[in-house]
Design a protein. Sequence first.
Length: 508
Amino acid sequence: MHECPPVVTRPPAPTGKPGPGRVGPLPALAAVAAAFVLVQLVLVVPGSGLAWDETVYVSQVGGNAPPAYFSAPRARGISYLVAPVAMLTASTTALRIHLALLSGTALFLSLWVWRRTLPTRVLVGAGLLFAGLWPTLFYGPAAMPNLWCALGSLAAAGWVARSLRGDTGRTPAAGAGTAVALVALMRPADGFWLALPLVLATALLPGRRRPRTSVALVAGLVAGCAPWIAEAYARYGGLPARLHRAGEIQGGLGWNFAVDDHLRALAGRTLCRPCDIGWEGPGTAVWWLLMPLLVAGGIGAARRAGRGTTAVLAAATGASTAVPYLFLVEYAAPRFLLPAYALLAVPVAEYLADLVARTRVARRPAGLAALTLAVAAHLAVQLSTLSHVVRTSHATTEEFAAAAATLNGLGLRPPCVISGEDAVPIAYYAGCASRQTDGHDASITPEELRALAREVPTAVLSPGDAETASAADGSRTMLLRHGRESRLLRLLPGPALEATAASAAPAG
């Protein structure tokens, strides 16, 4: 008598339909997105002003001032995104609310893409993990491209995951190509590092080759980069010249080990350049140091559940998007790694969901309580750091606004020109154009600036103190003191400035 061999079956792929007594992906992910938006509106938006880079992007499509100089590394994707509001109003609050609502919607949609490949509990976990990071919350309502690269990367990998799991229709390919195009439109280099592992996966994985998806990914990358390439030939002397100049502005692209820089920046620095500071608040980087172990654990848990390929795809794509910022760029900013964090949240959520399930089965309430406390402590650190970053950002933008108000009071009113230290954001707040005679944004010579002063009111800002102010001669000079900053102001002589200053003076 022979025994029948055991039947081995693979776990069914998630369908997105909830089981008895379970919440489906639609309300669960909507709740995650709503919470993400709410925290932004409560903690980040009130009282915020536009930071330096934001004034560049917003000024291209409206806002408060003429377009600022657009340097070689920048792409115009974020300007297109803010255009519907910036063309109608200069209100920063309106712009912030617009971006907060859009970012919440985009988070929901990028997670929704994964509903057929991941269970709801993993999707919710990934969404909360990513949305709970202070850089994600801080840049949610910001006119900066990095969060949009992150959400586009998450969506692109989700569409590819669906394709690799057997969805061979046109929708996954079109979705993946569109998502890559969005990322490339925001930051062309990010689009390349995103598309690279996805194309390799769809073109080379044995038994899972998806040529249609591969072609769509490449087409999306080309389409997203097309405006940047066209502008290279129209304004920068060609693509090689723009690439070379972009590399120069970023300090030269090559082997640069910046892992330690990113660790230090997590303590609350939006930009660490140069990052020659001490490691303040090591506790802010605990989660970062644990991430490789959590990702490895998540891949193992996903394999046991029959989702190993999906977890590996997310991890590999996340690692690829991090490569240039960890090893090729010589400075750090937490926003650079947002695409990596969004993708790595998927395997981390797999691990945590598996850990919770095994703890419950083993009936170990102490273990579940410890895990809950660890997650709560992590969120507390993120919110505390967010509060510090928001305060620092508000103080900086308030100084810019105060300096601009002083210049307006001295007769520097539109049309006008400001050059020198912090000229870009101060000019935006003052309603002036910014023109630099040196540095990354050099667009005018000193002689041309002096000639321009004969046509429109013109000022030059530089680091200064009482001694440099008293030693200055020729132009009208004075010190501007606002908060922590002290700047030496030179009002270049010219009929335009004299006329506006006279009109600004009180009568009699």
